[in-house]
Ligand binder design. Structure first.
Ligand SMILES: [Zn+2]
Length: 68
């Protein structure tokens, strides 16, 4: 028969391939400022806007010299 000889032990049930699939569905919302996907209730990592205002300075691509 095509049945497994033993049932899956409890220690293995949690690590089965399909068991831990999609454990944390990442919810994203569109930033109202730059329309990038961002986490809800988080400052947008792309433009630094939250709730329609600039909260943090967005990361500059040209990171200048640290001293100066
Ligand atoms: Zn944004």
């Amino acid at each position: 028969m095509a049945n497994p000889k033993w049932k899956t032990p409890r220690s293995k049930t949690r690590s089965r391939r399909a068991a831990n699939w999609k454990l944390n569905p990442v919810t994203t919302v569109e930033c109202s400022q730059c329309h990038q996907a961002k986490l809800p209730h988080f400052v947008c990592p792309a433009c630094g806007f939250y709730d329609g205002r600039l909260v943090v300075e967005p990361k500059d691509e040209h990171a200048g010299h640290s001293h100066g």
